[in-house]
Design a protein around this ligand. Structure first.
Ligand code: NZQ
Ligand code: ZN
Length: 388
């Protein structure tokens, strides 16, 4: 562990079949006006909305609603949410949904008491938060992003064709999150698998950086092994509670800042995926799976030792007398075969990317410097070409 860091995670989690009871402990801590934020309607169909509303009423809250948060929430919708939160004089924003709803709630929370345009301030200029924050709580219904225990908030500006994440500080993390694995049972399989790959990608973005002996890497190898094991079960039987609960817990630990400690971290796969998402509005996890193999094969020569370690410790490639490069390549092949087996999208064409979008996607891709190779725009173009 050669990096310097501080560590604090202020989010209180309630996990398991009875997790929603946690609302009765948390709600009394806040004032009476609650802005209830949710997505396109899944929570009404599966009954989660009714349960949350009942808990809010039982705790004497006045409820204001902000529904219709779309996957990949937009800067336009964010303006609407800020206006609703102001009108409600919200004391608490309760997000009920997946990463999109939770991210959006955080973006509203840091903007309610601020006069600037939220998109420009936080997603273009990356300003710090200087105004009072409205606290956020989360009832999670889709597993993958880790938004339930981090400060991430990703917003899409459709007009500018940009999808950008701002990682806010501890004060913006949800104050509490309710994690009931059964709430994820109604997810369409496509979303479940997309979330599984989002988790894998979060871990790999942090794992594929640095050459020091770092405890975080050992934790991540354990998380990855557990994820692959539980994903194989969940794909066969999505209602397997044990597998789904493990996946939910891994998702939280994959991106709640712990395993990033002491690491430079990469995040180029996410920059590529977000650029594809900005042009296609495709499902987040699938944009990552579609660009991953071309990216990892492109950077393998610059981080061969770590890719070989990954092959052996995560994919059980036998080292025997092979070269480090051969071992590394076998690991990526095992990963690719597994991705295909569980049904991930393996190219951006299948997500709606067309040849005439290539230049725009290249332009929309941010370049990161924490991984094994800092790409330039020509490299980005080559990776994207191989992703078609
Ligand atoms: O809108 P509704 O009707 O609720 O349907 C949603 C949505 O269509 C549906 N869904 C959610 N829970 C369900 C359900 N359907 C049935 N049963 C349930 N229990 O699933 C669809 C996808 O939901 P969404 O919230 O968009 O998915 P996800 O959790 O993957 O969030 C994606 C967003 O998070 C951002 C992504 O970029 C994207 O904008 N990310 C946030 C991160 C963070 N905060 O740290 C990091 C990630 O890398 C990611 O970038
Ligand atoms: Zn992600």
């Amino acid at each position: 562990m050669i990096g310097n860091f501080t560590y604090c995670n202020p989010t209180k989690l309630y996990f398991g079949k009875d997790a929603l009871n946690g609302l009765n402990e948390e709600l009394p801590k806040y004032g009476k006006n609650v802005l209830l934020v949710y997505g396109g309607g899944s929570v009404k169909k599966n009954g989660i909305y009714d349960k949350v509303l009942a808990a809010l009423k039982a705790n004497g809250k006045t409820v204001f609603e902000d529904g219709g948060v779309m996957p990949n929430p937009t800067s336009e919708k964010l303006k609407e949410g800020i206006a609703r939160a102001r009108a409600a004089k919200a004391d608490l924003i309760l997000a009920v949904g997946g990463g999109s709803v939770c991210d959006y709630a955080k973006a509203v929370s840091v903007s309610v008491n601020c006069d600037d345009d939220a998109w420009d301030k936080y997603f273009i200029r990356f300003d710090d938060v200087t105004c009072d924050i409205v606290p956020v709580g989360c009832v999670l219904t889709m597993v993958g992003t880790g938004s339930e225990m981090n400060g991430g908030s990703v917003i899409t500006n459709r007009e500018q064709k940009l999808k950008i994440g701002h990682v806010f500080g501890e004060n913006v993390f949800p104050k509490f999150s309710i994690l009931n694995p059964e709430y994820t049972f109604t997810l369409p399989k496509y979303q479940m698998i997309s979330g599984i790959y989002d988790i894998m990608s979060h871990i790999l973005e942090q794992y594929f950086s640095g050459t020091d002996d770092n405890t975080s890497d050992y934790i991540m190898e354990g998380l990855l092994r557990s994820l692959i094991h539980s994903a194989n079960i969940a794909v066969q039987n999505p209602k397997d509670y044990e597998a789904r609960s493990n996946i939910m817990w891994i998702a939280t630990w994959a991106l709640n800042t712990l395993v990033a400690k002491g690491k430079t971290t990469d995040w180029e796969v996410h920059m590529l995926g977000q650029a594809v998402g900005a042009h296609t509005d495709a499902t987040h996890g699938m944009t990552l799976s579609a660009v991953s193999m071309p990216y990892y094969r492109y950077i393998l020569p610059y981080g061969t030792a770590k890719f070989a370690r990954y092959a052996v410790n995560v994919w059980d490639v036998a080292p025997s007398d092979k070269s480090e490069k051969q071992i590394a390549e076998e690991g990526l092949l095992a990963m690719e075969n597994w991705m295909k087996k569980i049904g991930l999208v393996m190219n951006i064409t299948d997500l709606g990317a067309t040849a005439d979008m290539l230049d725009g996607i290249v332009d929309s891709t941010r370049i990161m410097t924490g991984g094994y190779k800092t790409l330039d725009k020509n490299d980005i173009r080559a990776v994207l070409r191989a992703s078609y």
